[in-house]
Design a binder for this molecule. Structure first.
Ligand code: DAH
Length: 350
């Protein structure tokens, strides 16, 4: 074999052994196979050879050319594999067995709506409070003017623990603690109590398209001097138009809840059927979304607040229901199904 070819080949082997990255490798490729590369040079030098020599030399150069191409390609693959291995090693949590085509999850519609509400209420000066799911009978009922054996308890059967505590049936269960927490600032610094507290609630309930044993509510309270029903209506309307980003038809009708006086049911026109009537709204065209009212003096008293001096409003927004309306979910049971496919269709773009 021609000496030049042998030399070039061993030079290449030495250079390839030292290459560490794709850029260097590309440099080598150009140096050997490029228009002005060493192999092209060899071919150019052929003009001085005899016909016989040209034939052998030409063949040898062509073989070299192919070989060089293959060696460079193989080296490129090796570099790529090394880079992937390095990347994997730098990610301790990387699960190599995870299917590459797995669908991405998305936030649950309730989470999205809850965050939306929190943002809106925060912008109106409310603080967001977290509260436990296991509460006492006093928190869930007694402090809310629902003594033992009160018929209002029938509507809110729940799951009881052996120690007498229970899974809260309503976010109202946090009211008492909130009043006690913020009373000093209210009385000493004149700071109104403005808080919302979203949370999961539980009821021992037969399930259907609009009832579930586990659902989310968001309670809100505002207490200060001279708070009236018009404050309540203002906050409710502002919140709903922000959440839905359009004018929503609402109606206010009297409603009884032992912890408010007067109490109201705030209904919105069903957004699933446009008010025509469907299973989601029990065929009435309206959906109870946000019961509310002026906090009962006994409830303020239980929270250590003098009802002669302070008044306030409270509301219990059905977060699950709100999410159903916003995302057009027809059956409440889908919300807890844990089925990614059914949830992702509502929130895919978020
Ligand atoms: N806690 C009530 C329920 O779950 C809802 C409610 C009604 C909350 C009136 C309130 C209110 O704050 O003022 O049925």
């Amino acid at each position: 074999m021609n000496e030049k070819i042998v030399n070039l080949k061993s030079q290449l082997d030495a250079e390839l052994a030292k290459v560490e990255n794709a850029a260097d490798l590309e440099g080598i490729r150009v140096a050997y196979l490029g228009k002005k590369g060493s192999i092209t040079d060899l071919l150019k030098g052929m003009k001085d050879l005899s016909v016989e020599e040209k034939k052998t030399f030409g063949q040898e150069v062509n073989i070299l050319k192919n070989e060089v191409g293959e060696l460079i390609a193989a080296k490129m693959q090796e570099l790529q594999e090394q880079a992937i291995a390095k990347e994997i090693a730098s990610m301790p949590d990387f699960d190599i067995s995870m299917p590459a085509n797995m669908e991405r999850g998305s936030y649950h519609p309730i989470t999205l709506v809850q965050r939306d509400c929190e943002r809106i209420f925060k912008s109106m000066g409310f603080t967001v409070e977290d509260y436990s799911e296991v509460v006492t009978d006093y928190e869930c009922f007694e402090s809310l003017n629902i003594p033992k054996h009160h018929p209002a308890r029938d509507m809110q059967d729940t799951y009881y623990l052996d120690n007498g505590q229970l899974l809260k049936t309503q976010t109202s269960a946090a009211q008492n603690a909130i009043y006690k927490k913020y009373k000093p600032a209210l009385v000493n610094e004149g700071k109104p109590i403005k808080a919302i507290f979203p949370g999961r609630c539980f009821r021992n309930e037969a399930t259907d398209a609009c009832h579930e044993n586990t659902f989310f509510q968001m309670e809100g309270v505002m207490v200060d001097k001279n708070i009236s029903i018009s404050n309540l209506i203002f906050f409710m309307k502002t919140m709903l138009s922000e959440v839905f980003q359009k004018d929503i038809k609402v109606r206010l009708r009297p409603g009884f809840f032992p912890f408010v006086e007067p109490g109201f049911e705030l209904d919105i026109s069903c957004l699933i059927c446009g008010g025509e009537g469907c299973p989601s709204c029990k065929h009435s065209g309206w959906l109870e979304l946000c019961p509310c009212g002026m906090i009962h003096p006994e409830v303020l008293k239980a929270g250590g607040i003098d009802p002669e001096e302070y008044t306030g409003f409270a509301f219990g927004l059905g977060l699950t229901r709100l999410a159903m309306m916003k995302f057009g979910v027809k059956d409440i049971r889908d919300m807890n199904s844990g089925n990614l496919k059914s949830m992702v269709q509502f929130t895919d773009n978020e």
